[in-house]
Design a protein around this ligand. Structure first.
Ligand code: HPA
Length: 273
């Protein structure tokens, strides 16, 4: 597979053939956070499976649709659902959606996810604004021949999650009654949840929340010069903290409980970012 500009342009051309809207903001919605997509007006919805060269979403809770529409005076391209390494995709393939969004015109990216709290001061239901991430495992989405038109071979990633975006999220989240934290996202490749020992290590290394997504997307965005706002919803305490297993039902309960304030927050964020 040749991941060159043409490869990404083919997907972007297909999307452009479906709408005249030119998105300025990209949003990737994490597990069970898809309701935001319904807020978009004048929206066009395109299945990932229709888009040439796009990966297909295989996980339940991820609709696998790209929705382009308007909200709060902005034109938004929203991925309702995402793809993960553990679905069997190469890291190179994981870079495709963000690169296609870049070609469509986005200038900023909001990435949401469900994550497990490693930090013992966090609570289920808190929203962690990602200050930085740790990804020690596996390859980079930027591996392989560099697509020079998109960014440099050795990108600087010391400011992937800029402070002005984090500060805005902090103010708006609190305004909407959400309990906001700021911390470090520790990437694990999954699909199994972590062992208690892995979580203890992650805590020692400086991780505040554990998750299986977001870091590859943020690296891809950083490579092509797109600032990222990362938001992690704490849907469980990470492995070994409580004496109970981690379940998907528990995650759904948390995201449905937060739905209204989270959507109001996301709507205002869309307008102000
Ligand atoms: N670990 C990794 N990913 C997750 C978790 C977790 O505890 N909860 C939700 N996604």
């Amino acid at each position: 597979m040749k991941y060159d500009l043409k490869f990404y342009e083919k997907a972007a051309d297909y999307i452009r053939s479906k709408t005249d809207l030119v998105p300025e903001l990209g949003i990737i919605l994490g597990t069970a956070l898809g309701a935001y997509a319904d807020l978009l007006e004048d929206a066009v919805s395109i299945d990932f499976s229709e888009i040439p060269n796009f990966p297909k979403a295989t996980v339940s809770g991820h609709a696998g649709k790209l929705i382009i529409g308007r909200l709060g005076g902005k034109t938004v391209a929203c991925m309702n659902g995402r793809v993960h390494r553990y679905e069997g995709y190469s890291y190179e393939k994981l870079a495709t959606p963000v690169r296609v969004l870049k070609l469509l015109g986005i200038k900023k990216l909001i990435v949401t996810n469900a994550a497990g709290a490693i930090n013992l001061d966090y609570h289920v239901g808190d929203i962690m604004i990602i200050k930085d991430h740790i990804k020690l495992f596996g390859d980079s989405p930027l591996r392989g021949r560099n697509t020079e038109e998109l960014g440099p071979r050795y990108p600087d990633v010391s400011n992937m999650y800029p402070k002005d975006l984090r500060d805005l999220a902090k103010v708006l989240g609190s305004k909407h009654g959400l309990s906001m934290q700021e911390g470090v996202y520790f990437f694990f490749p999954g699909p199994q949840f972590e062992t208690p020992a892995e979580i203890r290590v992650a805590r020692i290394l400086g991780g505040d929340a554990a998750g299986m997504s977001t870091a590859p997307e943020a690296l891809t965005a950083a490579h092509c010069g797109i600032p990222v706002l990362g938001l992690s919803v704490m849907v469980n305490m990470a492995a070994g903290i409580l004496e109970q297993p981690i379940t998907l039902e528990e995650m759904d309960d948390v995201t449905s409980m937060l739905k209204k304030p989270f959507l109001d927050f996301m709507a205002e964020l869309t307008e102000k970012i």
